[in-house]
Design a protein around this ligand. Structure first.
Ligand code: ZN
Length: 380
């Protein structure tokens, strides 16, 4: 059975006596390294460490040495992404400056104990114990292996972000595929036998928060900046919650129907296309990629394959003959050439399945108007 490694990031709010100086010292070291990397044009971690470690070690003798290593790693990636933006003409500054209160940790600098929801981190004055404030969704990380981590200081306290990994066995892909079509306000998924639609209502939530923020911005006083961030956080959490619920529902159906492959849309080409400013803003706020990645890891944890197929034209071309479809009444689309008629939501799913099957050279799909269920729950 082929195996795959799944990586997931967990964020814990933490409680503990973290010395203030750890953040300021780390930031000093980091910006010193970023300066050096920018001047010498260094993007290799090994080279930066070789040229700078000794001097920094002498200057900052109290901080555990691995902090200098992780700062080298961070400096390289910060400089690398800055250089990329610079080349594309997207930044004006001459060199990057890191202002966030973020510390990167490696296996020597922190230790996790998820049985007791505790962690320790190395500091200038020995190891400090942290209490992890956890939620039920953190339970799944008990079966995973921790890798890199970051310690963050925000207005409302400290956070520990940890990347966990786990290997899972993935079944052999066959023709039992389930396609997922993500729209701004609903998600359509299923196979030739059964297609379901789940309302997410994402647009309504996004618009409400957008208007709320704009109202606030128009009469913004300095002390209201945290309020804006709070709204943004709340919006993100609400939408994330919906994503997880819908994805779970999909995986339940996929398991029940013996799905071996989940087919997702490769939307990269679509997003790059030029659109009007209003539409662009809306699409960017809408994080379909985030939703896809939630579906992807849940499918893989359940042992299924995940493939991405080109999404161009999936909602406007006939899944049977490839001709352009024309609208025929409210939500219906009709093919002038072969007479196929179907719901526009179902058409996209059928096209995605078709493309997946063409890619693997399996037997082609003959779409007929599939049974549709509106409003969520499926019983196929
Ligand atoms: Zn047709």
């Amino acid at each position: 059975m082929p195996v795959e490694t799944i990586k997931l990031t967990a964020t814990f709010k933490v409680d503990g006596q973290i010395p203030e100086s750890l953040f300021s010292t780390y930031n000093e070291i980091l910006n010193n390294l970023i300066d050096y990397a920018s001047i010498k044009n260094i993007t290799s971690f090994k080279r930066l460490r070789m040229e700078r470690y000794h001097e920094l070690r002498m200057k900052y003798q109290n901080i555990p040495s691995h902090y200098i290593y992780t700062a080298c790693q961070m400096a390289c990636s910060i400089y690398k992404s800055f250089r990329k933006l610079k080349r594309r003409g997207l930044v004006r500054a001459e060199k990057p400056v890191f202002k966030k209160q973020t510390i990167m940790l490696d296996g020597h600098l922190f230790n996790l104990d998820l049985e007791n929801w505790e962690a320790t981190i190395a500091t200038e004055n020995g190891r400090v114990k942290l209490k992890l404030l956890h939620g039920t969704y953190h339970e799944k990380f008990k079966q995973m292996k921790p890798g890199q981590a970051w310690l963050l200081k925000k207005d409302d306290g400290f956070y520990l972000k940890v990347v966990f990994s786990r290997t899972v066995g993935i079944v052999e892909p066959d023709e039992k595929a389930m396609a997922v079509d993500i729209n701004e306000n609903n998600v359509v998924f299923g196979s030739e036998e059964c297609i379901s639609i789940v309302r997410t209502g994402e647009r309504v939530i996004r618009t409400a928060y957008f208007l709320k923020r704009r109202r606030l911005q128009s009469r913004l006083r300095l002390n209201e900046k945290p309020l804006l961030a709070k709204y943004r956080d709340r919006e993100r959490r609400r939408i994330e919650d919906i994503y997880h619920k819908v994805a779970n529902e999909m995986i339940v159906v996929a398991k029940k129907t013996g799905t071996s492959v989940v087919v997702l849309e490769d939307l990269r080409n679509i997003r790059r296309k030029k659109r009007s400013r209003a539409l662009n803003g809306r699409l960017n706020r809408w994080s379909f990629r985030r939703f896809q990645s939630i579906v992807e890891y849940k499918a893989k944890l359940a042992g299924m394959n995940v493939v991405y197929v080109d999404a161009r034209g999936t909602s406007s071309l006939c899944p049977a003959c490839g001709e352009k479809l024309s609208p025929n009444g409210h939500r219906l689309m009709r093919c002038q050439k072969c007479g196929l008629e179907g719901d526009r939501d179902a058409i996209a799913v059928l096209n995605l399945l078709q493309r997946y099957k063409m890619d693997v050279g399996a037997s082609s799909v003959h779409p007929e108007s599939p049974p549709m269920k509106r409003g969520g729950k499926t019983q196929c």
